[in-house]
Design a protein around this ligand. Structure first.
Ligand code: ADP
Ligand code: MG
Length: 475
């Protein structure tokens, strides 16, 4: 089938434009224009097809979201093709006006490109463009707004993040997001960056950890390159710095960070900062910096609540195609893994992995078995005494009735509720729980748990009561 080079080229270009047409039809104009239009068919040689994109973040995004489809469509056009590679090459882009040189070591491996188009001289502009792209850390393709589940604990942070991502004016500067480990700070920052880049690929959006910022700064100092360092940062449109608590105590980094920060604010550029605590609690960071960080909007991510955890699990279970996870198991996980979302995800993944490996259906029992260690570590700090107190107050009975032998429904039912919650929220065994309720037998506790479960099914008012109590105890 070897025909002359020219006609073959033309044929490839036809094939390619059909693929592009399909992509546009399937993904819509907006997506196509932002992400797929810039793709360029660079070469077809033997089994290998090379497609180029102008920037690394586009490559990452395209590969993560559209690669399979692109490949499929291309193979349909060119059955001879086996391999489809998407690589970065900035040839189609106008000059980004960045400082030339620097950082040759961390550029995209050039070998691939060189092989594909040996005749083409290396484009000078690519070298100009790379350093800026380089200072931004790669973004995780799963961390988008669409994948972020919103609930009471994170709604303010989410709304603020969206505002920053969607508006062209600087709304509040900086946006300061803070909260404990694994509550979604990094996720939101990536989501902002994705969104901004999606809307306008020419915006210079730089995301990095404060640690990386420090590392780059220290390096610049060592190589007497601080002017360039400053220059690079100060031409950024939107700067997102993650985990800023990291520069606490590092005086010179702090100083440089502050200068960069001020320079960007003066030029009306948007800044987003995250930390594990509020600006005023950032010990080891100079007072004037701390107070400056609090000038914009400070939004905190609260610890998750049950609803949010369940929502996240449902979303994750759906997206990973795991509709085989029974709702009871999801509920169980949402109750028991309360530390943070990362652990919650980890727990779900473990259950799924087990299921895939062993091939047995997922049940509450296997879940408990697989997650034993995690469950122990997540054991609630809530005590049986607290449960008894809270339940007694709720049903307006005396605390002593939790231990008494009285069997009147008015006290027996709340007592059963308390036993049920003790079983659900603590890791105490049935006999231990029994002892705490006036030395009752473990079968009594078992009966209570069963009874409450039955009532929950049939009486929605009762079920709401239980959920309310549980939330109160968990918070
Ligand atoms: P942080 O930076 O606050 O320590 P991350 O943003 O890294 O936390 O989040 C930890 C994990 O939990 C990530 O995989 C993230 O996608 C997930 N996650 C956190 N909050 C949510 C949420 N509200 N919806 C979906 N996933 C979430
Ligand atoms: Mg983080």
């Amino acid at each position: 089938m070897s025909i002359g080079a020219q006609p073959e080229q033309a044929e490839f270009m036809d094939n390619w434009s059909r693929v592009r047409g399909r992509l546009r039809a399937e993904f819509g104009d907006a997506t196509f224009n932002s992400w797929l239009k810039p793709l360029n068919l660079a070469s077809v040689s033997g089994e290998r097809t090379l497609i180029t994109v102008p920037t690394r973040f586009m490559r990452d995004w395209v590969v993560n979201h559209y690669y399979d489809r692109i490949r499929e469509l291309w193979l349909a056009e060119c059955p001879k093709a086996r391999r489809v590679d998407i690589v970065v090459r900035a040839t189609d882009r106008p000059l980004a006006g960045m400082r030339p040189g620097a950082d040759a070591g961390r550029r995209e491996p050039p070998a691939e490109d060189a092989k594909a188009k040996p005749a083409e001289p290396k484009d000078r502009r690519q070298e100009d463009d790379e350093p800026l792209l380089d200072i931004s850390a790669p973004l995780d393709s799963r961390f988008t707004f669409d994948d972020f589940v919103v609930g009471k604990p994170n709604e303010l942070a989410y709304a603020a993040a969206r505002r920053v991502a969607e508006s062209d004016r600087v709304s509040f500067n900086p946006l300061f997001l803070y909260g404990g480990v694994g509550l979604g700070k990094t996720h939101l920052m990536h989501a902002i960056a994705w969104h901004l880049r999606g809307r306008n690929p020419d915006r210079k959006v730089v995301y990095m950890s404060a640690e990386k910022f420090m590392y780059q700064f220290v390096r610049a100092v060592r190589f007497k390159d601080t002017m360039a360092f400053k220059q690079r940062f100060r031409s950024v449109d939107v700067l997102l710095i993650d985990d800023v608590q990291f520069i606490a105590g590092k005086d010179s980094t702090q100083e440089e960070f502050f200068h960069t920060f001020n320079a960007l604010v003066d030029q009306n550029r948007q800044i987003v900062i995250s930390a594990d605590r509020s600006p005023s609690d950032l010990d080891g960071i100079e007072e004037r910096i701390r107070s400056r960080l609090g000038w914009g909007l400070v939004a905190d991510l609260h610890p998750t609540d049950y609803e949010l955890r369940l929502g996240i699990l449902q979303t994750k279970a759906e997206t990973s195609g795991a509709d085989r996870v029974p709702r009871r198991v999801l509920e169980f996980l949402a109750h028991r893994i309360t530390s943070n979302v990362r652990e919650l995800e980890g727990a779900l993944n473990r259950v799924l992995a087990y299921h895939n490996l062993v091939g047995r259906p997922i049940t509450l029992e296997t879940t408990q078995e697989v997650l034993q260690d995690l469950l122990r570590a997540n054991d609630r700090r809530v005590t049986i005494e607290e449960i008894q107190k809270r339940v007694a107050a709720h049903y307006n009975i005396r605390l002593s009735d939790m231990h008494s032998a009285r069997r009147a429904r008015a006290v027996a039912r709340p007592r059963q509720v308390a036993m049920y919650l003790a079983k659900q929220l603590t890791s105490r065994s049935l006999p231990e729980i029994g002892r705490k309720f006036g030395g009752r037998d473990h079968t009594t506790v078992m009966h209570a748990v069963k009874r409450v479960e039955e009532l929950r099914e049939t009486d929605s008012g009762f079920a709401e009561d239980i959920d309310l109590l549980r939330r109160l105890l968990e918070s």
